[in-house]
Design a protein around this ligand. Structure first.
Ligand code: OOG
Ligand code: NI
Length: 302
């Protein structure tokens, strides 16, 4: 994906992707292998199904604050999802026009954590008493892009990080990685024959040595069978903490989505099928397992 840079949203999406690609080696590895095999002619041929962000459910840092950016860019807030065991809430946002990715934003239910975990999260975030987003000019793409790379709170100590990790892997991820882009998602159904089903695409990924999340099975399938998703497992990154300790921790990952044509459009000719004819939105049970792409159980497991 690459946008023309004439709109603030284009600048933001390009900048997010550039930083993400520079950090997550699986992104270039997969793109290069697709180029080498002639599946795509350039990186721009990859259709980005959605991008995802994680937030903390404390005043001024949750979805209600974060969403202002994308609502200003014309995104629409859609369905709500709840993840009881993981103590998360989420919404997805549909793009202002075709060709732009959906956005999935989740939020940690901080009030449901232990007093100790809450105390750690508030230690880093209590100084934020206004929505940080309110202080940026949303008409200025580069300003928004820079904001999304700027830490809003201090680096945690390794001790705080480890305490959070024991109780909520998601909490530990956000306290270190902040609003950093969590993943982008390759639309598998847009690729050419031989690569446009998740079974075929996953064999290709395995053949180039990419490790896949196997929580609940490698392919996560929605109840209506129309949305199928897989994802890589995050690499481990050497991270330096406020106390100068270093730990190997999870970063971002890559996702793959296959959206089938809705039953009412099943008789359309292949050449007539557009994005609007396919299954939209997300699925709680798929998402629940995809979150684990940054969890120690997936990273350390075989
Ligand atoms: C998001 C996990 C859910 C999806 O497409 O359902 C998800 C996350 O790991 O933050 O990406
Ligand atoms: Ni996703």
């Amino acid at each position: 994906m690459h946008f023309d840079e004439n709109k603030p949203l284009d600048v933001v999406l390009n900048d997010l992707f550039d930083h993400y690609r520079a950090n997550v080696s699986d992104v270039n590895k997969i793109t290069q292998a697709l180029l080498d095999k002639g599946v795509i002619g350039s990186q721009e041929d990859i259709v980005n199904d959605h991008i995802a962000f994680r937030t903390l459910g404390v005043p001024h840092l949750g979805i209600k604050s974060f969403e202002k950016i994308f609502l200003a860019f014309g995104y629409q807030k859609r369905d709500y999802y709840h993840f009881e065991g993981k103590k998360l809430d989420a919404y997805w946002f549909s793009p202002p026009q075709e060709g732009y990715p959906r956005i999935f934003v989740s939020e940690l239910r901080v009030q449901d954590l232990s007093p100790k975990a809450q105390e750690i999260i508030y230690k880093y975030t209590a100084h934020i008493t206004e929505d940080p987003v309110d202080h940026i000019n949303l008409e200025h793409g580069q300003e928004v892009a820079d904001f999304l790379q700027r830490p809003l709170w201090d680096l945690p100590t390794s001790e705080d990080y480890k305490l959070l990790l024991e109780e909520s892997e998601y909490a530990a991820w956000v306290i270190y990685n902040r609003y950093y882009l969590n993943h982008y998602t390759i639309s598998i159904h847009e690729l050419k024959d031989g690569y446009n089903t998740l079974e075929e695409f996953n064999s290709f990924l395995i053949s180039i040595g990419v490790k896949l999340n196997n929580s609940g099975g490698v392919i996560k399938t929605s109840d209506d069978h129309l949305l199928r998703q897989s994802s890589t497992v995050s690499a481990l990154y050497k991270a330096t903490f406020a106390d100068n300790q270093t730990l190997e921790i999870a970063g971002s990952y890559v996702e793959f989505a296959e959206r089938s044509v809705l039953p009412e459009f099943k008789d359309l000719d292949k050449s007539e099928i557009r994005a609007t004819h396919r299954r939209d939105g997300f699925e709680t049970n798929n998402a629940d397992k995809i979150f684990e792409s940054t969890y120690t159980t997936q990273i350390k497991g075989s």
